[in-house]
Design a protein around this ligand. Structure first.
Ligand SMILES: Nc1ncnc2c1ncn2[C@@H]1O[C@H](COP(=O)(O)OP(=O)(O)OP(=O)(O)O)[C@@H](O)[C@H]1O
Length: 309
């Protein structure tokens, strides 16, 4: 379990983390979501014991990160932002070094190194200097180092940042696997990542928690959820046909193809009802589809303080 209670961090006059509290249970993946400078990395560094809180407490598996730092660090695997490693070392040497730092020895040390090399598919690059590896492999080496001592809790700072779509997919699959029997806190800017791997999302901005809910609950706050969109050659005619239809609150045309969004009033707009109405009025259309909501819009609204619907 990872717990933060009233965490604060001050850098001079800047309050970078302002009263953040949360609890992440085993099996949960909590996604820390927020714009640049929100205080995500600072919070993670305090949990990982790299920075002392200005006020408040953090615990990893029950161990206070300030008063029981060794026990807290033993229970935690930490992937810092950018997954820094010693670039001139090979993954093989780096993992042996981390194993020594973690106090692993003998057969257990060998078994753990073999286990993470296998799990992160590092066999092909073990003897290549880390500096010469692709970003994806560098990140895998960082993850291998983070899980080498088989910790029950993981803190991953932007684990997929800078990776190509295939590498992102691989790392997310791995995080989901790791999360089955662990507690995971990760930070990300990538909204699709929240849906792909997180069971819970916490939106932070200017050091404060602005939302804490499931990705589905966040999506439900989107004004696009329950809307219907379509392409009409004559969008003015389409709007005129749908104007005044029960359950429709408004329209918006977007994108290069000029897709028309029909927004709901209360219950979701029925695609069948829209389709029937357009046919009845002789308006041609294509690509009619229900909308599931947009996390980017919800994120923007929450973090910029725009009013909720
Ligand atoms: N060592 C430091 N000294 C002074 N200010 C700092 C220091 N580290 C971070 N900050 C400031 O604290 C604020 C929070 O930074 P932090 O790195 O925690 O944000 P973040 O949410 O992780 O951002 P990003 O998504 O860009 O990584 C920012 O305004 C940053 O400039």
């Amino acid at each position: 379990m990872i717990e933060a209670h009233a965490l604060h961090k001050r850098y001079g006059r800047l309050l970078a983390v302002d009263d953040i509290s949360f609890k992440v249970e085993p099996g949960e993946v909590l996604g820390f979501l927020g714009p640049n400078g929100a205080g995500k990395s600072t919070t993670m560094k305090m949990i990982a014991g790299f920075l002392a809180p200005s006020a408040g407490t953090a615990r990893v598996c029950g161990h206070d990160v300030v008063s029981e730092p060794m026990a807290a660090r033993r229970a935690l695997g930490y992937l810092p932002e950018g997954a820094p490693a010693y670039g001139e070392m090979t993954p093989s040497a780096f993992l042996r070094f981390v194993a020594d730092v973690r106090g692993l020895s003998g057969e257990h040390r060998r078994a753990r190194i073999d286990a993470v090399v296998g799990r992160l598919s590092l066999q092909g690059v073990l003897r290549q200097p880390i500096d010469t590896l692709s970003k994806g492999f560098k990140r895998r080496v960082g993850l291998a180092a983070a899980i080498l001592h088989d910790p029950p809790a993981l803190v991953l700072d932007e684990p997929t940042d800078g990776l190509d779509p295939n590498q992102k997919h691989e790392v997310r699959t791995l995080i989901r696997e790791l999360a089955r029997d662990r507690t995971v806190l990760l930070s990300t800017h990538i909204l699709e990542e929240v849906e792909a791997v997180c069971s819970r999302a916490m939106v932070v901005a200017r050091g404060k928690v602005l939302a804490d809910s499931t990705p589905a609950e966040l999506l439900a706050r989107s004004r696009y959820q329950g809307a219907v969109s379509l392409l009409a050659a004559d969008s003015i005619a389409a709007r005129a046909a749908l104007d005044g239809m029960p359950g429709v609150s408004g329209f918006q045309q977007e994108g290069v193809e000029g897709r028309l969004y029909v927004f709901p009033q209360g219950r979701p707009v029925s695609p069948e009802a829209v389709s029937a109405r357009l046919r009845e009025r002789g308006v041609e259309y294509s690509g009619l589809q229900p909308e599931r909501g947009r996390l980017d819009e919800v994120f923007r609204r929450i973090t910029t303080g725009e009013a909720q619907p």
